[in-house]
Design a protein around this ligand. Sequence first.
Ligand SMILES: *[C@@H]1O[C@H](CO)[C@@H](O)[C@H](O)[C@H]1NC(C)=O
Length: 290
Amino acid sequence: MVSSTKTLFGVAALATTVLGHGYVIDPPARKPGPAMAAACGQQMFNNQNSDIYGNIQGELQVARNQADFDASKCNVWQCKGFQLADSPAQNVQSFRPGQVVPMTVEIRAPHEGTANVSIVSTASNTVIGSGPLISWDVYASNAAPIPADQTKFDVTIPEDIGGQCAQPGDCVLQWYWDARSIDQTYEACVDFVVGGGGGGGDGQAPAPSSPPPVASPTAPLPTSSASPTASSATSSAAPTPTAAPQDPVGGGSGSGDGSVPESFTLDTFIAWLRTKAGGNNARRHARQLM
Ligand SMILES: *[C@@H]1O[C@H](CO)[C@@H](O)[C@H](O)[C@H]1NC(C)=O
């Protein structure tokens, strides 16, 4: 009995290690819900709903068992397939140009990789601006305790963001962690709008009026060979996002279901509460905005 108990504990500990990972817990990021299930399939939904900290490659393994998996509908490389329609309206943040936004990431198990936070246009699945708002060349290394500024840091909304993120779903604040050596990629998306100049509407974000548009299938984000720290980050192709397509998201047919499952667990809530206690300065890359 004892040995089998030990074995069980061993397996549980191992599973915890292997299945560790991370997610953005503040501001609130997208969660799996009915719209995600409609877009990506029930099994992939179950996979993420039971462990939101998991990686995209894990989702794609699940997808292999889904005969009806439609990669273009799921668009898993954008926000892990999570959909705006599954977010309560109050989760859509309302930012001002130039606003400093504190973020908190929970890393449940480290794997050394690279990471960044960018503003991504969902329609084109491209990064808005000249690069990420913050980035790390070495992130969540197993070799040492994770530096505090990798899990609590600030990003600054660009001053020149214009009207590109006016409507919920136009843009996401995307945290992206890529552990290349083990082929595990983690994402979390914070929905937000940037107000077009009305100074008064800071408190409440507009309610999502339509499902987010779908980008071209599985197009990975453009890789920039230039280090994001380089001040001369001349973007050769300044992204000019096209207007959001009029047709609603393919998988959005099920998004009319208003029930939004609450997947915020007690321990993530506690972790979130803790994060309210204070902040550390992150190594932030200054961006030159024009
Ligand atoms: C963010 O990091 C990933 C992985 O290192 C990289 O492929 C991507 O290009 C980066 N994003 C930006 C906007 O630099």
